[in-house]
Write a protein that binds this ligand. Structure first.
Ligand code: ADP
Ligand code: MG
Length: 373
């Protein structure tokens, strides 16, 4: 029944606004984990250990050996829009860290119980702090909300308990703890392939053996072998290619690993199975500027390439890492940053498809291409 008198417009309660906003960023345990993982990598960690209880709904704990958080920053850590990574609007166009909006920890504190143990190199002890709805709270009744000194290693441990305890519809939408756990393992597996120099461990709380464990100084093909198995690893092709905009005076020294410098230039690296490997479902790992993203356009284009190579119903494994000048990428289109737009998407997609196609046709093992655009 549509009212014919307009209803009064009222201001939503602050806590309700925050809970709604948090639900847009934190969909499920795996999306919380992705945010936390990116924070660990932003902090320069070389070891990341994840502990999970009940698919991450009861407990999601992530321990790193990164730079830690300064004690002085703890009071505002879980406030919305507090970040150490972005200060001006123009910073957005050269963002190289995963985070930049300062929303992850704030969001989590609105839909879960959040606590943090952290220690920087210069601090003599670690500090533990509890958060609720963006602010420091007491850990136990009768205590003050101030961070408490405790024992701990250099780095940060983030502990999330009772995820979605205050949003029952979200909680009931999650399917099962095993489904959520496998999504957590999937995110970790993909980041572990992309970061072979970082050691990842994931286990269920109370379980003696980890479900995922990688060494700290590997290479991508070894990581793929360890995490996806020998049948994929033995049939892998590799290409690395780049496209440079012709510049008037190129600085040769700058090219190496500093990433694409000019607008319009990009670089890509791919490890992908040859025609001997066939899987029922496509495994596609896409990283754009080191962020795990999805692109149905890129996926369709690559499926089309393989449709000429594999029998009907068979699918490949593809790892693709794309580096695009940060100025050409708009990471700010979606709160989860899962969807990314970039300049010349069609052109880049075409060139990548072409390159994979040619490499598959010749079945050559490793190639380096360079395009001039
Ligand atoms: P963002 O990553 O967008 O800055 P977050 O809410 O994810 O926002 O984190 C807020 C801030 O907390 C970060 O900018 C960073 O300074 C600090 N931080 C979060 N996690 C870690 C971590 N694991 N190690 C060190 N600092 C961290
Ligand atoms: Mg972050």
């Amino acid at each position: 029944n549509v009212p014919n008198e307009p209803l009064p417009i009222r201001r939503l309660q602050e806590s309700l606004i925050n809970r709604i906003a948090a639900g847009e960023i934190i969909h499920r345990p795996a999306s919380a984990l992705k945010e936390l993982l990116e924070n660990c990598l932003d902090a320069g960690s070389t070891s990341i250990r994840v502990t999970v209880k009940d698919g991450g709904m009861k407990l999601l704990q992530i321990q790193d050996n990164g730079c830690g958080i300064r004690k002085a920053d703890l009071p505002i850590l879980a406030e919305r829009f507090t970040t150490s990574k972005l200060s001006t609007f123009s910073d957005l166009s050269r963002i190289t860290t995963y985070g930049f909006r300062g929303e992850a920890l704030a969001s989590i504190s609105h839909v879960a119980h959040l606590s943090v143990v952290t220690k920087t190199k210069t601090e003599t002890c670690a500090w533990k702090a509890y958060y609720l709805d963006g602010a420091l709270v007491e850990g136990k009744p009768g205590q003050t909300p101030d961070p408490k000194p405790c024992a701990g290693n250099d780095g940060t441990t983030i502990i999330i308990e009772d995820l979605f305890y205050n949003t029952p519809t979200r909680l009931s939408a999650l399917r099962s703890t095993s489904e959520e756990y496998s999504r957590i393992l999937d995110v970790l597996t993909k980041y572990a392939v992309h970061n072979p120099k970082v050691s990842f461990v994931c286990k269920k709380a109370g379980s003696p053996s980890p479900d995922l464990s990688t060494p700290s100084s590997s290479e991508i093909p070894q990581a793929i072998r360890l995490l996806y198995g020998h049948s994929i690893a033995k049939d892998l092709l590799h290409v690395a290619f780049s496209s440079k905009k012709k510049a008037e005076n190129e600085d040769e020294d700058m090219e190496e690993d500093s990433g694409p410098q000019d607008s319009g230039s990009w670089a890509a690296e791919a490890h992908f199975t040859n025609a001997n490997y066939q899987s029922k479902k496509m495994i596609f790992l896409l990283f754009i500027n080191h962020r795990l993203v999805e692109s149905s356009r890129m996926k369709r284009a690559l499926e089309a390439v393989y449709s000429g190579v594999l029998p009907k119903g068979a699918s490949p494994f593809i790892y693709l890492s794309l580096q695009i000048n940060p100025r050409d990428v708009d990471v700010n289109v979606h709160p989860t940053k899962k969807e990314v737009h970039f300049l010349n998407e069609d052109g880049i997609t075409d060139q990548i498809s072409d390159t994979l196609q040619r490499s598959l046709a010749s079945q050559s093992n490793s190639r380096v291409f360079e395009y001039q655009t």
